[in-house]
Write a protein that binds this ligand. Structure first.
Ligand code: ADP
Length: 396
């Protein structure tokens, strides 16, 4: 079966068409600036030249039509007609307390996604628009919703409850949900197989991209994860602050004469590595600045690693000793400097890595630890689209 994977943002739509016979990507692409001037489709068919089209896309419905045309075009297409698409898998940010697993979309599922608009204001509305656009463009085909929050639903109350009155949990669903769930789920399960950890293997996954989070799992079931009610909690990220004293929000809001939303906007978009380094949110720029001796960039990197190892230390204790620590996503897969700095902290636990392997590991699956290391250290590239396609196939 061929499965179309969709990831809709407020003005964008990313897609991949995957042939599940051999899990190969037939084509992938992106629609940008949907509903804004200068909309553009970039379509990359495997084994053929890329195709770019600048044309008006007034809404996601039009974007889906253009994607289907590109996929079935005689020249740059990869299928004869959209009829070949067996089902559509959608990345959905928030399933709230109710939708704890991937599911086939029906009226109830759409209602819950809608009820969660408050919890995922930037993503859930766009995710629902994407689903409805596909329902319209491909009537009769099944749509599956795969939630970023599902993995975190494996946590027990002691990990997911905030220590605040019940009312806020019962009435408003205020709890820790965790995000990047599809990635943590995929990578922790891959780790169990790749590193021969057995069914109850204890894994810490460091998903270090623009957004970043850590998870602890046993046998692929989440025990704890660093993001919370929203993706703002936890690690220092590209532009997000991660953990702060909540009173920081009140203090800055009062000092600046702002609203809470104004302050949260700063914590989400103008903080993190961007703020600390004064250089960029992108690790390539930060590493270049460190190479030039930029002191703010050096401190930002130290702070990033400090926060990360604090979580790893906590999760290693929660797991009563992890079997493996795995790095994934942009920085995790391509950042030898961060991996080396983290592993240096862990030397006291008996962690040892082969620095030559570390230096040459870019975007590939590899074990970095030496045979006598007490904890296995590896890089496992994440593949959220494949994880979504696998769940979709299972459900249809
Ligand atoms: P997201 O999906 O959250 O947007 P990614 O997983 O693509 O993020 O990760 C983006 C980050 O990965 C950026 O900070 C980028 O600098 C970093 N990155 C990508 N390639 C490299 C590299 N070769 N060296 C260091 N960092 C890299």
């Amino acid at each position: 079966m061929k499965i179309l994977v969709m990831n809709c943002g407020s003005s964008s739509l990313k897609y991949q068409l995957i042939d599940m016979e051999n899990e190969s990507v037939l084509a992938k692409g992106l629609c940008e600036r949907i509903g804004i001037n200068g909309s553009k489709l970039t379509h990359k068919p495997t084994g053929k030249d890329r195709f770019e089209l600048e044309t008006e896309m007034k809404d996601h419905g039009r974007a889906v039509e253009l994607v289907l045309e590109a996929l079935s075009d005689p020249e740059h297409g990869v299928i004869a007609s959209p009829d070949e698409i067996g089902a559509i898998g959608h990345r959905v940010l928030h399933g709230g307390k109710t939708l704890t697993k991937s599911c086939v979309v029906d009226a109830h599922v759409k209602d819950v996604i809608r009820e969660c608009f408050d919890l995922g204001p930037l993503h859930n509305p766009a995710n629902l628009i994407g689903i409805e656009a596909c329902e319209k463009a491909m009537p009769g085909k099944k749509n599956v919703a795969v939630f970023d929050t599902s993995f975190g639903m494996g946590m027990e109350p002691k990990a997911y409850r905030y220590a605040i009155p019940d009312k806020y949990y019962d009435e408003y669903g205020v709890r820790r949900y965790g995000f990047h769930g599809t990635s943590h789920d995929f990578v922790s399960h891959e780790a169990l197989k790749y590193l021969n950890l057995g069914e109850k293997g204890k894994v810490i996954v460091c998903h270090l991209g623009n957004g970043a989070s850590v998870s602890a799992s046993v046998g692929g079931v989440c025990v704890d994860t660093s993001m919370g009610l929203t993706p703002l909690e936890g690690l220092i990220m590209g532009t997000r602050s991660g953990d702060t004293d909540p009173a920081v929000v009140q203090y800055i809001t009062n000092k600046e004469g702002w609203t809470v939303d104004d302050t949260l906007n700063v914590l989400n978009k103008k903080s993190g590595m961007l703020a600390l380094s004064g250089v960029s949110s992108d690790f390539r720029d930060i590493e270049a600045a460190i190479g030039e001796g930029n002191e703010k960039a050096i401190m930002a990197m130290d702070a990033y690693v400090h926060r990360l190892v604090k979580y790893i230390g906590a999760y290693n204790t929660i797991l009563k000793g992890a079997d493996a620590i795995v790095f994934t996503a942009g920085v995790g897969e391509n950042g030898p400097m961060v991996r080396r700095m983290v592993c240096e902290y862990l030397e006291f636990l008996g962690v040892k890595i082969d620095e030559e392997k570390n230096k040459s590991a870019f975007g590939k699956q590899i074990v970095l630890s030496t045979d006598d290391s007490t904890i296995k250290i590896a890089v496992i590239p994440t593949n959220e689209e494949l994880a979504i396609a696998r769940d979709t196939l299972k459900l249809v």
